[in-house]
Structure formats: structure tokens, C-alpha cells
Unconditional design. Structure first.
Ligand SMILES: [Zn+2]
Length: 436
């Protein structure tokens, strides 16, 4: 019991007390889900305030606001972007006058001003700039990153940090992501539960439309745009390098696509759709971001305070998917750890990969960028016996370049294991090539 108020609530100054009233209610009494050993009161509130959290990425505004209003007081934020005028419709911590400034800095200042007592430390740069020593200082890491590459990097880094002798080296990763009306929130206990690499196939790149569809019978407005983008430009403006940010170029593609769409009686081609298809833009919807960020921050709160069961406790559900594009549907399930996961799996197990043995090495390496289970853009590859192709250093690249035009069956045996590395990831990928 707090003596000054007699309510069991901490003695905060008047306005402060009102702001945190409901939060304090949760933290100062036992609930149906709290452990009998859990101690409500000042210690729980203090623990929450002291827990050092890291937030990062495209859901940043929502996550920062939610964490600050959930009682966290020591928050760090990483974001490499500067504010663009197109962000202002949904990234509500930014104003017209902030255009051009770093998001992390502006967001930190805004939230510090609005929520008294919270300290937000911004870092303007990539999450990849920081090392294990840096990530070690946090209790929880909340990521709303918009790039799968950055997700895979932080995942691999956190898994790599785990030291069996040191329980404090295991940092829970809360990951949220959205794509239009769809989204997901998940919690990962590195090495203990299924990681992002185990679940990589959940992030399949969008299926490419076969070239023959584009060339012969387009069915959707997007097909006409892709046709203008891939085929018409190549035929008519080969000497000009397409610049996605040049309005003249986009207008040219738009008009080509529109004419083609009219020939096939397909409605719906617009300038902004052309821009979207060419730049591969997935629309960010403010409300979906809000839903997913809220779910991530609730998990952070429960993890930090032990007031309620949280998503991702080993052996329980760890993945919540939200689908809003066809009415509303949510589903929470347990994604299982995979023993052949290159990040958290058994070091000795290679992930099987079905390949066409008639592919050249070049074709195979190109296909790795598209394959949902790999998504590697700059792969180097070696078999058990030899280096097949290396991107770096230059002399090894020259030496291995002739292999690129050789067929896979000339280079490896059916069932042979290969090791693939990619400069974007701090790890090696082991695959077992199985001929189709
Ligand atoms: Zn894994």
C-alpha cells in the first residue's frame, strides 16, 4: 500500500496519476492470469519503466507511441529513413516541416514531449550497423521492419548471440509486419522457438506472371502494365535506361499499357497503378499498421510485466496472422522450429532443394532470389569438393565464372550438399540439391 494515497497505487504527481491509472490497476493487483508468486505494485511498475526496449522499422510511429503509453520509459529506436511527404498521411508523428529530417530523431522528440518521463534514444541508420554488444543491452526487441532482408539479419544476429551459460543473452524478438490489409505479429525466443528463417516460406515473394501470359493473353490490368514494362520498353526504347522515378517514363508505360488494355477490353489501368506495379509498391494501410503494432506492443507489455500469458511461450502458439482483405479473419497458431533451419536448426542437416539438373549454374543462382525458401540475391556457392561460384573476391570470381554456363549435372551429383553464402546474412546456408 502506498501511504500517501492509500490506494496501493504509486505516488505520481496528479496529472501523471490520471494518465497511468488503468495501467497501474493492472500492475498493482493480482489478475486471473498472474502467477501466485508474482508481486504486484511498485516493483512491477518500476520493472516496466526500467526495461530497455528497442523498436525499429516501418511500423515505428505506432510502436513508439504504444510502448511509451504502455509505461516503458527507456526506449531506443532505429530507423535509417528520412521523412518523405508521402509518409505524412499515416506516420502521425511527422509534420510538413519535418520533411527531409531523420524519422528516428523527429519521432523520438515528439513522443518525449507528449509522454512525460519517457526517454527515447534514436539511432539514424541501419540495424545492420550495430553489433551484438549493442543488442545485448535490451530486454526485448520489437521490430516492424518492412524488409525481409533486415528481418532475417536481426533474427540471425539474435540467434547467434545466445549463450547457453548466460540466460540474459536470449533476447525475445517481437516481429510485426503488414502488407495492405494483411499482417502478422509473432514472438520468437531465439534458439528456443521457431525463428524467422524457419518461417521464411511465409514471406514468399509475389508470384511472377509467366512471360507468355503477358505477351499473348493478358487478363488483368497489371498484366498490361507488366507487358509495357518488360516487353514494350525493350522493343521501342531499348537505348534508354528506365527510371522508375521519372514521370515521363512512367507516363510512357502508362499510355502503352492503357492502349493494350483497351485492345483486350480490360478496364482499370491507371497512372498510379502503373507506378505501383513498376516500383513494386505494396500499399501501406494505416489501420492495418495500427492493429499489428498494437498486438506487438501488448505482447511486449505482457512479456515485461508477467501480468498475462504472452504469445510465443515455448511450446505454445507463437504466430498471429491477421487477414482483412476478405472481411476479417485472425488465426493464431504454433509455427514449429525446423531442424534444417540454417539459423536455429541442427548444424549437420542440409535443407533439401529441388532443382532442375538441366539448369545452368547461372540460372540456378538467379532462381535462388525468387525461391521462397531461399531468397538470396547475391549468392556464392561451393560444393563439398570445390568452389562453384564466388562473387568475392574479384580474382576468385574470375576463376569461377566459367562454371556459370555449365549445367548443374556437370557440377554436382544428385543429392549433393552445397554451401551458399550471401553478403546480406551473417551465416551460411546448407542445401542438399535434389534433381527433379
Ligand atoms: Zn529457425
Amino acid at each position: 500500500m502506498d501511504e500517501a494515497t492509500g490506494t496501493g497505487l504509486p505516488n505520481r504527481p496528479g496529472a501523471q496519476r490520471m494518465r497511468w491509472k488503468y495501467l497501474d490497476n493492472i500492475l498493482t493487483r493480482h489478475g486471473p492470469f498472474t502467477d501466485p508468486d508474482w508481486e504486484p505494485g511498485e516493483a512491477a511498475i518500476e520493472g516496466l519503466a526500467r526495461a530497455k526496449l528497442l523498436g525499429a522499422g516501418g511500423l515505428g510511429c505506432e510502436i513508439l507511441k504504444n510502448l511509451a503509453l504502455s509505461g516503458f520509459q527507456d526506449i531506443h529506436v532505429i530507423d535509417m529513413d528520412t521523412i518523405d511527404v508521402s509518409n505524412l498521411n499515416r506516420q502521425f508523428l511527422f509534420r510538413q516541416a519535418d520533411v527531409g529530417k531523420y524519422k528516428a530523431e523527429v519521432a523520438a522528440k515528439f513522443v518525449e514531449k507528449r509522454v512525460k518521463g519517457v526517454k527515447i534514444t534514436p539511432y539514424c541508420g541501419k540495424i545492420q550497423d550495430k553489433d551484438e554488444e549493442y543488442y545485448k543491452q535490451f530486454a526485448i526487441i520489437v521490430c516492424g521492419l518492412d524488409s525481409i532482408e533486415a528481418r532475417r539479419w536481426i533474427n540471425a544476429t539474435l540467434v547467434g548471440m545466445v549463450d547457453d551459460q548466460d540466460p540474459d543473452s536470449m533476447k525475445p524478438l517481437i516481429d510485426g509486419g503488414t502488407e495492405g490489409f494483411k499482417g502478422q505479429a509473432r514472438v520468437i525466443f531465439p534458439t528456443m522457438t521457431s525463428c524467422i528463417e524457419c518461417q521464411l516460406d511465409m514471406h514468399a515473394p509475389r508470384a511472377a506472371v509467366p512471360l507468355c501470359t503477358l505477351a499473348t493473353i493478358p487478363r488483368q490490368p497489371q498484366h498490361c502494365i507488366e507487358w509495357a514494362h518488360i516487353i514494350a520498353w525493350e522493343e521501342e526504347r531499348k537505348d534508354i535506361t528506365l527510371d522508375n522515378d521519372d514521370p515521363e517514363h512512367i507516363t510512357w508505360l502508362y499510355q502503352k499499357a492503357l492502349t493494350r488494355a483497351q485492345e483486350f477490353n480490360i478496364p482499370g489501368v491507371t497512372y498510379s497503378m502503373t507506378q505501383g506495379v513498376v516500383k513494386n509498391i505494396i500499399p501501406a494501410i494505416a489501420s492495418t499498421n495500427a492493429i499489428v503494432a498494437a498486438s506487438c506492443c501488448n505482447e511486449a507489455f505482457k512479456l515485461a510485466t508477467s501480468t498475462n500469458p504472452f504469445l510465443g511461450f515455448p511450446g505454445t502458439d507463437n504466430y498471429m496472422m491477421y487477414t482483412g482483405d476478405e472481411s476479417i479473419y485472425t488465426y493464431t497458431f504454433q509455427h514449429m522450429k525446423k531442424s534444417d533451419c540454417p539459423v536455429c536448426g541442427d548444424d549437420n542437416i542440409a535443407r533439401p532443394l529441388q532443382v532442375d539438373s538441366d539448369f545452368t549454374l547461372q540460372e540456378f543462382l538467379d532462381s535462388l532470389a525468387e525461391r521462397p525458401e531461399a531468397q538470396l540475391k547475391k549468392p556464392s556457392i561451393r560444393s563439398q569438393e570445390k568452389s562453384l561460384y564466388y562473387q568475392f573476391p574479384p580474382d576468385l570470381r574470375e576463376q569461377t565464372r566459367p562454371n556459370l554456363s555449365k549445367k548443374l549435372y556437370e557440377l554436382v551429383q544428385n543429392g549433393e550438399e552445397v554451401v551458399i553464402t550471401d553478403p546480406a546474412f551473417p551465416l551460411t546456408f546448407k542445401y542438399k540439391l535434389v534433381f527433379k
